[in-house]
Write a new protein. Structure first.
Length: 219
C-alpha cells in the first residue's frame, strides 16, 4: 500500500510536472485505472494455475520493476501512457490476491477474521503513504525520489511475499510427509488434514523458512 497509494495519487501530478496539460494528466490517471481493470482478471485466473502466493510475489516484483525502469524514465506523454497501461495491469495485484493468499496462510475458517485485521492494519499505510510521497517530492524538488520510493516499496513487498512463499512450501512439504492427502491446497488443509498435522507442519516450516526460497512449487 505504501507504493500503490503513492502511484495512484501522484501520477497525474507527475504528468503536470513534466509539462503535460491538465487534460492529458487526467487521461494518464484514467488509463492507469483502465490498466487495473484489464490486469486483475488475468492475475486471478493465472493464480489458480501457478499458485496464489507465487502470482502475488511475481506480479508485485514486476510492478516494482516497471516503476523503477519505466516511470523514472517517462518524460513524454506517450511513455507515460504506456507506463500507465502496463504498470496499471499489475499495480493492484494486492487487491486481486489478498483473499486467496489469506486463505492459504490462515486457512478458510479464519479468513473473515484475518481479512478484518488486514483492513484495519491498512489504515496506517493508506493514510500516510501519500503524505510521505509528497514530502519526498517537496524535499527533492522533483518526483524521482517518490518514484524510487514507489518502486522499492513494491520490491520490498515482493521480498516479504517471497519469504511467505518459502514458509508455505515448507508447510506443504511437511503435510505431504506426515499425511497422504493428495493435492495440498487451502481446501484440502481445512477439510482433510488433521489439526495435529497442521500444527506440526507450521512449526517445522518456520525453521525451514530460508531453505525453500528458490524452490518451485505451486502455492
Amino acid at each position: 500500500m505504501l507504493a500503490y497509494v503513492v502511484l495512484l495519487f501522484s501520477l497525474a501530478n507527475f504528468a503536470r510536472s513534466i509539462g503535460l496539460t491538465a487534460s492529458q494528466a487526467s487521461t494518464v490517471s484514467a488509463i492507469l485505472n483502465l490498466g487495473q481493470a484489464i490486469g486483475r482478471p488475468p492475475i486471478g485466473y493465472f493464480s489458480d494455475n501457478i499458485g496464489r502466493i507465487n502470482m502475488a510475489t511475481l506480479m508485485t516484483f514486476v510492478s516494482g520493476v516497471f516503476a523503477l525502469v519505466i516511470w523514472t524514465n517517462a518524460k513524454s506523454y506517450g511513455v507515460l501512457i504506456f507506463y500507465a497501461i502496463i504498470g496499471g495491469t499489475v499495480a493492484g495485484t494486492f487487491w486481486t490476491t489478498i483473499a486467496p493468499v489469506t486463505a492459504e496462510v490462515v486457512g478458510l475458517r479464519n479468513v473473515p477474521s484475518a481479512l478484518s485485521i488486514c483492513w484495519l492494519v491498512l489504515v496506517i499505510p493508506c493514510t500516510f503513504s501519500e503524505p510521505i510521497g509528497l514530502e519526498i517530492v517537496a524535499y527533492e524538488g522533483g518526483y524521482l525520489g517518490a518514484q524510487l520510493f514507489t518502486g522499492f516499496m513494491y520490491v520490498g513487498a515482493a521480498a516479504c511475499a517471497l519469504l511467505l512463499r518459502s514458509w508455505k512450501i515448507a508447510e506443504v512439504d511437511e503435510i505431504e510427509g506426515l499425511q497422504v492427502v493428495g493435492n495440498v491446497d487451502a481446501v484440502t488443509i481445512e477439510t482433510k488434514v488433521a489439526e495435529g498435522v497442521k500444527e506440526v507442519a507450521r512449526k517445522t516450516a518456520r525453521k525451514r523458512l530460508l531453505g525453500c526460497i528458490w524452490r518451485w512449487k505451486k502455492v
